[in-house]
Design a protein around this ligand. Structure first.
Ligand SMILES: C[S@@+](CC[C@H](N)C(=O)[O-])C[C@H]1O[C@@H](n2cnc3c(N)ncnc32)[C@H](O)[C@@H]1O
Length: 316
């Protein structure tokens, strides 16, 4: 049985990742997650992943929620040119190919279909399942989720996996819960922080979490996702994260992928997500070159207007 730690006072949450699974933000974040975990698995010593905002773990791209939003169509389906996974390499670089290899594992070919043709892409793994897929027996993961429905779905999912003993689901606030898990026993690890930012205070909490994590676990890697939306907190976040990493004297990498200009409705209220960014502290050294190779392809595949583009920066 999967271990479940409780302790969160439930609030009202409207965000459900099922509506956004496979969108351009997931493509960027999950491709980076795959590259980071594959890099970490090159050393024999076990590592620990702490996923502070896990979501439901698994999504149907042909289900009602994904189809209502249509976000996968302008995300992963645009990268693939349709809802199918090619067998071989894409020519978009190893960042994309390695990520697609993980998606392929969750989408076995239907019985009787050719083993040479493309595989239909219906199942989309979220960050906990991607992590689980890349864990070895010496590795561990702790995943936090507070939404009553999503934590129930995630618990059921993890409990069915062969690797269930490696992953602990914690029904608790990930921002504060991560503290007690750092540093991990083997002093190797990755914190993945992917809030929904539906509450304004999430922006400040992300910076506080990073600052605290770098005190407790200076050599650990931290991956933070953020939305590009027209609000001051979102605009200031990358600068604040870079400052936090620099104050700790740690190397960082920042990348963002914009698919379109920020759009507003008739009342000037921003609608849709025009792009997103990933900030990493102590990134794998392989990440910058493979991002440089793949980002132009991702922009070309998912970009919607002349404002589409990417940023790739590093510092210390
Ligand atoms: C963007 S989604 C996560 C998606 C997931 N990381 C992935 O890549 O597949 C954010 C999730 O955080 C959950 N959440 C919101 N506040 C939280 C908190 N304080 N601690 C843990 N989870 C939280 C939401 O219910 C939601 O499922």
């Amino acid at each position: 049985m999967v271990a479940v730690a409780r302790g969160y006072h439930r609030g009202m949450f409207s965000y459900r990742h099922a509506f956004h699974a496979g969108n351009h933000a997931d493509v960027l974040k999950h491709a980076i997650l795959v590259a980071t975990l594959r890099y970490m698995a090159q050393k024999e010593t076990g590592f620990t992943v702490v996923d502070t905002h896990a979501g439901a773990g698994w999504y149907r791209l042909d289900g009602d929620q994904a189809r209502t939003s249509g976000e996968a169509e302008s995300g992963i389906f645009s990268v693939l040119g349709g809802p199918h996974l090619p067998k071989g390499q894409t020519g978009m670089g190893s960042l994309v190919d390695d990520y697609l290899a993980v998606l392929r594992e969750f989408n076995p070919p239907a019985k009787g279909s050719s083993t040479h043709g493309p595989q239909a892409l219906r199942n989309y793994p979220g960050s906990p399942l991607i992590t689980e897929r890349l864990l070895r027996l010496q590795d561990r993961a702790h995943v936090f989720e507070v939404h009553p429905t999503d934590q129930r779905l995630l618990r059921g999912l993890v409990a069915q996996r062969d690797t269930r003993r490696l992953m602990t689901l914690r029904v608790a606030d990930g921002f504060s819960g991560v503290r007690a898990l750092l540093p991990p026993p083997t002093r190797r690890g990755l914190v993945v922080c992917d809030p929904s930012y539906e509450i304004k205070s999430d922006y400040g909490k992300v910076v506080d979490m990073l600052t605290d994590a770098l005190i407790r676990f200076a050599t650990g890697s931290v991956l933070i996702w953020h939305p590009i939306v027209a609000r001051p907190e979102a605009h200031d976040l990358p600068r604040k994260l870079k400052n936090a990493a620099s104050r700790a004297g740690k190397p960082w990498l920042y990348t963002s992928l914009r698919v379109q200009s920020g759009q507003s409705n008739a009342r000037g209220v921003p609608v849709g997500l025009s792009g997103s960014g990933v900030f990493m502290v102590n990134p794998p050294f392989v990440l910058a070159p493979i991002l440089k190779e793949s980002l132009p392809h991702l922009v070309k595949a998912m970009g919607k207007d002349e404002h589409a583009g990417f940023v790739l920066e590093q510092g210390k």
